[in-house]
Design a protein around this ligand. Structure first.
Ligand code: ADP
Length: 167
């Protein structure tokens, strides 16, 4: 069974990695789908987000012996899921803030394509507060993001923030 983990991953955080690590135990192949949202200006270009995810999930994939593939999409989530043969969408759920949005999305997606099921994994206690948006804000303000992202991502974040400052 193919599972799909969709999101912006701008950048990938320890919260995402926790969900991915658990998702690989549920499926035979996991596709991490980066949603290209033209309305949101990402900090990292798509190619770099793909590269960052690939390097961070390599070990998880080997450990679980589950194939993980990173892809991107700019069409409807359910259409993308169908195009890659995924019948299950896996999302992380943090406290109550995510609930309303996710509830609406599931409802709409079910109407669009009832054959795709969405499952939610509760964010781990340590990762409840982590979001890519806040990690970016902390990095831009010069704060320490070590507890929120892996070392390689922290390094890229610091470099990217410096690059954006210069331009
Ligand atoms: P979105 O822009 O749709 O929120 P994100 O890249 O922020 O996409 O997140 C992708 C997925 O990872 C979503 O299902 C989101 O709920 C989940 N996620 C993000 N951060 C965390 C976290 N700290 N713990 C658990 N799940 C998370």
């Amino acid at each position: 069974m193919v599972g799909l983990c969709p999101g912006s991953f701008d950048p990938i955080t320890n919260g995402h990695l926790d969900i991915i690590e658990r998702a690989v135990t549920l499926v035979d192949e996991l596709v991490i789908g980066i949603a290209i949202n033209t309305a949101k200006a990402p900090l990292f270009p798509l190619a770099e987000r793909i590269q960052m995810i690939e390097s961070e999930v390599h070990e998880i994939s080997q450990r679980a012996e589950t194939k993980i593939r990173v892809d991107s999409f700019d069409n409807l989530l359910v259409e993308f899921a169908a195009s890659i043969g995924a019948r299950i969408i896996i999302r992380g759920l943090r406290a109550v803030a995510d609930f309303e949005y996710e509830f609406q999305m599931v409802g709409m997606n079910r109407i669009l394509d009832p054959s795709v099921e969405t499952v939610f994994l509760m964010a781990g206690a340590k990762h409840q507060a982590i979001s890519s948006r806040l990690v970016k804000e902390i990095a831009i303000m010069g704060g320490d993001v070590s507890r929120f992202v892996p070392p390689g991502i922290k390094q890229r974040l610091l470099e990217r923030v410096a690059e954006v400052r210069k331009s």
